[in-house]
Design a protein around this ligand. Structure first.
Ligand SMILES: Cc1cc2nc3c(=O)[nH]c(=O)nc-3n(C[C@H](O)[C@H](O)[C@H](O)COP(=O)(O)O)c2cc1C
Length: 367
């Protein structure tokens, strides 16, 4: 019997299967203004399924939160219609759709932040990149977020969450992974603060807590998820004791009774390089500390996804790259059909080609 295709209650919603679309930044908003494009609506509509969950690519909550030219954001009224079209398109197919909210923090460049230095918990040597009109460039020097600025950034999270709600989304996912701002506060390689937001892990999760509380104030806990990457290295992120740090994070998030915890598994670094010599913090270590639903992501195929759900380490599995080239991925996994290979060259930017022009299995057979 398949475990992936049994219904499951996730927060406020009952899903019909556990194959989730992982959030993927594809750099296809219309410039200027980061306007969600019609091809984005096509992309998400094609991947929607009855009772399935999609998580929209990282959506920057403000101008200063942006990292990559062409990436999604939601902070001005000119973007409302585009986001509404995406939510409507997913709903028309019976799917559920959460918007991932992101602040890039130090992973940015003055050209992306509106001319100001990227923000970070602390100033530490950092090798990261941003994407501007000149392509990938080294991140600009960042500056410390002053204590009195923190409520304003938390408020930006709240406003973006409200915008997602007004645009008709079903919930929001806080991007606490991949070395962006939330993760920069959590991990001690990037957080050297000596105030209430730095030092012991209880302090380093304060920013996360406040962001989660802001999202919950808009949505209620049962429509809020959080993504973490305890073993990730993207964004030059590191922690001296990831196991202690992230078991604490899982316990903190458990206390809010959020809809789900979304964990990127350790075998993934950036995209698909194996980790070496690193203490892995896989979902199975976090499971005892989080009583709600867990989504695992990173390097899964149909077989390993079935296995992790069968073992009970995760309840759902998010697929990234395979979903890019297989719009009907849940159907293909369910019927053990072959997968169309993904096209990495089209991941970051471009037009519809190898983005919204992949066909479903049945259509491909008929052609
Ligand atoms: C093109 C691309 C864009 C991505 N953008 C995001 C993003 O916006 N937010 C995020 O949390 N993860 C992002 N990721 C990571 C994916 O969500 C996922 O964790 C990763 O691809 C591993 O899963 P996979 O092996 O199924 O592809 C991205 C990955 C890819 C390939």
């Amino acid at each position: 019997m398949s475990n992936l295709f049994t219904p499951l209650k996730v927060g406020a919603y009952t899903l019909q299967h556990r194959v989730v679309l992982a959030p993927m930044t594809r750099l296809r908003t219309i410039q200027p203004g980061d306007i969600p494009s019609p091809m984005m609506a096509d992309f998400y509509a094609q991947r929607a399924s009855k009772g399935g969950l999609e998580i929209i690519e990282g959506v920057s909550i403000s101008l200063t939160a942006r990292s990559y030219l062409g990436a999604a954001s939601f902070y001005h009224d000119g973007q409302v219609a585009g986001w509404k079209a995406i939510a409507d398109a997913v709903h028309a197919k019976g799917g559920r759709v959460f918007m991932q909210l992101i602040h890039g923090g130090r992973q940015s460049h003055v050209e992306m932040t509106g001319g100001v230095a990227p923000l970070a918990p602390s100033v530490v040597p950092f090798e990261g990149v941003a994407l501007t009109k000149d392509g990938f460039v080294p991140a600009s020097p960042h500056r410390v977020i002053e204590l009195e600025e923190i409520p304003g950034i938390i408020e930006e999270f709240r406003i973006a969450a409200q915008r997602a709600k007004d645009a008709g989304f079903d919930g929001v996912e806080l991007h606490g992974a991949n070395g962006y701002l939330i993760d920069q506060f959590i991990q001690d390689g990037s957080n050297k603060r000596t105030d209430a937001y730095g030092g012991p892990i209880e302090n380093r999760v304060r920013f996360l807590r406040e962001a989660v509380e802001a999202l919950i104030s808009v949505w209620g806990a049962d429509r809020v998820g959080v993504r973490i990457s305890p073993s990730g290295e993207w964004g030059d992120i590191s922690d001296s004791d990831p196991v202690a740090t992230f078991t604490h994070v899982a316990r903190v998030l458990d206390s809010y009774k959020i809809a789900y915890l979304h964990v990127i598994e350790p075998r993934i670094k950036g995209d698909d390089t194996l980790h070496e010599g690193q203490q892995p913090v896989a979902v199975k270590f976090l499971r005892p500390h989080f009583s709600g639903q867990i989504i695992a992501a990173g390097g899964f195929d149909g077989e390993s996804a079935e296995a992790i759900v069968a073992m009970g380490d995760a309840d759902l599995v998010a697929f990234g790259r395979h979903f890019t080239s297989n719009p009907d991925l849940p159907y293909r996994l369910r019927h053990k059909l072959p997968l169309t290979p993904y096209v990495r060259a089209a991941f970051w930017g471009g037009d519809e080609t190898n983005y919204s022009d992949f066909t479903n299995y049945e259509e491909a057979q008929a052609a």
